[in-house]
Ligand binder design. Structure first.
Ligand code: NAP
Length: 228
């Protein structure tokens, strides 16, 4: 057993749900957030009495994130994992996409996760980890035009975390921009190469391997650095 605590933001389904389930399975205490009710998460809490707390926030609403921060005052988060993300207009280019879809992705995938990290970082002690789910598609060096607008939002996330890392270097946190592989979820679709079980346990192993270190890495589930 362990008294370690992970907060997973965006855990109603898909990879976030699997992260919560994986840490519970490893004996951790988990705080998991949803925007709305998640029957799967409620059932998971019933299977792990006293180990899973469910909180409700929309990452795009700063007041709600601040209220969560206030509710958690005095708690210690060994890992803060911000998973929430959306994909819209995946086939489109700026000429064909709606501006709204692009702005929604920039807000949900880039701006809001880093704002949440800033708002919650003081719950993470020195030696703790702040991880944010990015994507292999966020690599500018490797870009091939696929999911162009979504990729741009993840590249923006990566850039925002570069700035965050520089400004908060004194925190001595390990900062991880996590690329989970292409995974069969609502977002990844049924044609994705990996099952959730082929991705998330490796993601959690990778996070474990980086614990207690500090600095910023853009890294895949095999603990391999990706080109920015
Ligand atoms: P998913 O099945 O669509 O799940 C997305 C999760 O994000 C849901 O829990 C959703 O909550 C939550 N979310 C969306 N907008 C939110 C908001 N405004 N506030 C709070 N939570 C919000 O997607 P997924 O495949 O699990 O993806 C999870 C993360 O991994 C995302 O950041 C995604 O970009 C990234 N990723 C996925 C893949 C892949 O192949 N699947 C690859 C690379 C990166 P609701 O249920 O309330 O909508």
């Amino acid at each position: 057993m362990t008294d370690q605590t992970a907060l997973v933001v965006g855990a109603s389904r898909g990879l976030g749900f699997a992260l919560a389930e994986e840490w519970l399975g490893r004996g951790w205490h988990v705080i998991a957030t949803v925007r709305d009710r998640s029957d799967d998460l409620t059932a998971l809490a019933e299977r792990h009495p006293g180990k899973l707390e469910i909180e409700t926030i929309d990452i795009n609403e700063a007041e709600g994130v601040q209220a969560l921060r206030d509710r958690l005052a005095g708690r210690r988060l060994d890992i803060l994992f911000i998973n929430a993300g959306i994909a819209r207009a995946i086939e489109a280019s700026p000429a064909t996409a709606s501006e709204r879809d692009f702005l929604d992705m920039m807000l949900t995938n880039a701006f809001s996760p880093v704002r949440a990290a800033e708002m919650l970082r003081d719950l993470v002690p020195a030696g703790g980890t702040i991880a944010i789910m990015t994507s292999e598609l966020g690599s500018i060096a490797n870009a091939n035009g696929g999911w162009q607008l979504y990729s741009s939002s993840k590249a923006a996330l990566n850039m925002l975390m570069k700035g965050y890392a520089a400004k908060n270097a004194g925190d001595r946190h390990m900062l991880l921009l996590v690329a989970p592989g292409w995974v069969r979820t609502d977002m990844g679709g049924s044609g994705a190469t990996l099952s959730i079980e082929e991705s998330i346990p490796l993601v959690v192993d990778m996070i474990e391997a980086n614990r207690g270190k500090s600095g910023l890495r853009y890294v895949d589930r095999f603990d391999k650095d990706l080109p920015w």
